[in-house]
Design a protein around this ligand. Structure first.
Ligand code: UDP
Length: 241
């Protein structure tokens, strides 16, 4: 059996991924499946922490577009990520995986506040850490939160679980000739405005030399395969010198 290529990773799952076939909210079957993917990764010896988005419940930009104050709308978006984090924690615990939710917005009756050293300690003890409430600041995204936490936790890769198996030259659902990139440079992603993650997230990963691995989170067993370098994915990393 091949060895995993990374020792510690951060898995970013968008809120939309948790919706499954629903139009809104959380599909608990999908949550269980994603929890199963994380459990498998732990079983092959990879330490995993998570950032979950909130777009299945509330997006700040949408609230702002409808007339809300942007900062207030963003705080609602961050609270949405806490709900998702609790759902994923529940899914993991039902599969016997010890998990802690650490929120960037302190709400100590619900979960622990985010303290970097505490998060590191949890991971060293074999617990899965879920970082909730994004960065804790409005005007940011959970992609940027994922890049930030991956940097803080010394992760070897940011695993971006999406609906498709990588980054394509065009939308593969619309264009049959679309080709999947095997590898991309951070600068190419920024220059060509490829929709991998937002620019601040890409820049943060670039500054800290954290590869971004884009793969399909809905394909059963794929997370483990990609961690072993066997699955289908696009890797965004430093351009060859
Ligand atoms: N958000 C924020 N600051 C952060 C992270 C998230 O204000 O650091 C808000 C923002 O309004 C965003 C919402 O939370 O629209 C949900 O996060 P995101 O859109 O990144 O979720 P995803 O697209 O991954 O589901």
């Amino acid at each position: 059996m091949s060895e995993p290529q990374y020792k510690r990773v951060l898995l970013k799952v968008s809120g939309e991924a948790l919706m499954g076939e629903e139009a809104y909210g959380i599909d608990l079957n999908v949550v269980q499946r994603i929890a199963g993917e994380v459990k498998e990764a732990l079983a092959i010896g990879v330490e995993v922490c998570l950032v979950i988005g909130g777009g299945n419940i509330f997006r700040g930009l949408k609230g702002a577009a409808e007339g809300m104050d942007r900062a207030s709308a963003d705080y609602m978006g961050m609270l949405a990520t806490v709900m998702n984090a609790l759902a994923v924690q529940n899914g993991l615990e039902q599969q016997g995986v010890p998990t802690r939710v650490l929120s960037a917005i302190p709400m100590t009756t619900v979960c622990e506040p985010y303290i970097r050293r505490r998060a590191v300690r949890h991971m060293e003890k074999g617990r899965v850490v879920i970082f909730a409430a994004g960065t804790g600041n409005p005007f940011f995204t959970t992609d940027t939160a994922a890049a930030l936490r991956a940097s803080e936790m010394g992760c070897d890769a940011l695993m971006k679980g999406t609906q498709v198996d990588g980054v394509y030259t065009a939308d593969p659902k619309l264009d049959p000739d679309a080709k999947r990139y095997e590898r991309l440079g951070y600068m190419q992603v920024l220059a060509d405005d490829l929709k991998v993650m937002d620019a601040s997230a890409i820049s943060l990963c670039r500054d800290n030399s954290i590869p971004i691995v884009v793969f399909n989170i809905h394909e059963t067993g794929e997370f483990g395969r990609v961690l072993k370098g066997e699955g289908r994915a696009t890797i965004v990393e430093n351009e060859a010198a």
